[in-house]
Structure formats: C-alpha cells, structure tokens
Design a protein. Sequence first.
Length: 161
Amino acid sequence: MQLDHDQLRQLLALLGDSDIQELKLEGDDFRLEVRRNLPAPAPVAVLPSPLPAAVAPAAPVPAAAPAAPSAPPPAAAAARSDLQTISAPMVGTFYRSPAPGEPPFVEVGTRVAVGQPVCILEAMKLMNELETEFSGEVVEILVENGTPVEFGQALMRIRAA
C-alpha cells in the first residue's frame, strides 16, 4: 500500500470531521497512528525515510481541536489566589508514584515542603522527579496517573503555608 501527500492530507481532513478517536494504518513502507480526543497529544505519525519529511508537519492539523478545552483551568486557578499551582515544566507522562504498585508521592491533604518530590514526569524514557517550589497542603491533583501532559499544564494545586 502506498500513501502520498495528498492522500494523507485527505485522510487527516476526513478524520478531523469524524468522531473516530484512534486509527492505525500500516503499509509495506510506513506506519501511521492517529489519536485524538484523548488526554494525549493528538496525532502521531511515524513515517519512514522513503516519504519526504514534509509529510510529518501535516499530521498536527487535527491537534488544534483537543487543545482548546485545556485553556479554562488556568483561568480558574487565577480566581483562587490562595492556591499555588504546580505546572509541568516539560511535555511527558505524569506518574503519581515512584514505581507501579508503590504509594503515590502525595495525596489530597498531604503537607509538602520545599524540594519534596510530588510526581514523576517521564520524557523520552527518562524519569524526572518534579519537586515543589513551596510548602503547603495539596488541595487538588488535576491529572490522572499515567496521563500525558503538555508544557505548562497545571498538575496540582497547593494551599501555601
């Protein structure tokens, strides 16, 4: 099976108008995966070198729709001046505990101190502990365990001590 630039653009346009959340398409010389309306960053295209690199930028077109709903939470945070927000310093996958089966770093109601690890962000197979920059009590955990997060996305809120 062959897939040229125009066919890829048409396919992405059709998917943008549909309610399909995940599509996997494989050919002899390519593999295409598109995910949307999931917490993950939307479409992901893996294309081999026989296809020009210009094909890859076409994939993010449908990504604009899922990004819009994440805008309101920062506005809500601004309304609560007594809370400090811990935000993702990078794109990655959010983990609440140091390893599967272990207890989470923090729960709602946990008191934290400056420099205390509160979660792990996995990026490119590297586990990065995220430490809090202020002390206080965790009042909200805004992200589900194992969920991909974007740069600057609010992860949890802490009432400063």
